[in-house]
Design a protein around this ligand. Sequence first.
Ligand code: GUN
Length: 292
Amino acid sequence: MVLIDGKATAATIKAEIKEEVERIVAEGGKRPHLAAVLVGHDGGSETYVKNKVLACEACGFESTLIRYEDDITEEELLSCVSKLNSDDSIDGFIVQLPLPKHIDEQRVIEAIDYRKDVDGFHPINVGRMAIGLPCFISATPLGILTLLKRYNVETSGRKCVILGRSNIVGKPMAQLMMQKQYGDATVTVCHSRSRGLKEECQQADILIAAIGRPGFVTADMVKEGATVIDVGTTRVPDASRKSGFRLSGDVAFDEVAPKCSFITPVPGGVGPMTICMLMLNTLSAGKHEFYQ
Ligand code: GUN
């Protein structure tokens, strides 16, 4: 069994990004600049955004954090998005989700200029990704693809089962795993209503769990020699921790790991790669790699 080390892989990639950034700057180019918009004080979002700003520093990027209280109106937030769209100093930006209930998240996502949408959430990027055109690919699926590639996990022609159908992970992951230029796999998507979910999982050469239910994938659901990717990051109360919680994956790691050829841990698997891929997308935005 090989433990896929997302933390180490992310550190290597961030060092590669920093090297490229310093070369660009030395040649008179612009230092990539990422802006993050954070609304309210959700604990998870605060942590993610803080880590995104730290990752920018590690990569040699400029970063700007824009904060609003959770009583901001939708119009005010849309006006902020519009300013960021037209600010030439900013190469890419994200609006951290979830947003307060009174704000229409999809309306905000669609207001972002797709050329600066480094989250890859805008329908233009989602659509282009789905038909294999150059675009910003959302960070979690891109991070998983990168781990599979860097660990030489064979995906072509293999059976891949994805648990979960969210817009951020399940749907794009399925699109990418089926495409010839990425996973080239045979893909099945299972969700809360799927019949025969356990039997589907048992067939999987690659099992990607993204349903947000701690310990959902047990050893009896996993084929001997499978590759298991755990996207779950549920906060469960843990009085022994200073923070009062620990992160729990969707996979019952201790019983599943011995059956696997490759497996990602939580934490330290997919999580660190997600932020790292946001950095890669920001570098691409700075270089106008996909769009002029
Ligand atoms: N909330 C959880 N994951 C993400 C992400 O990748 N991007 C944004 N903007 N919000 C998130």
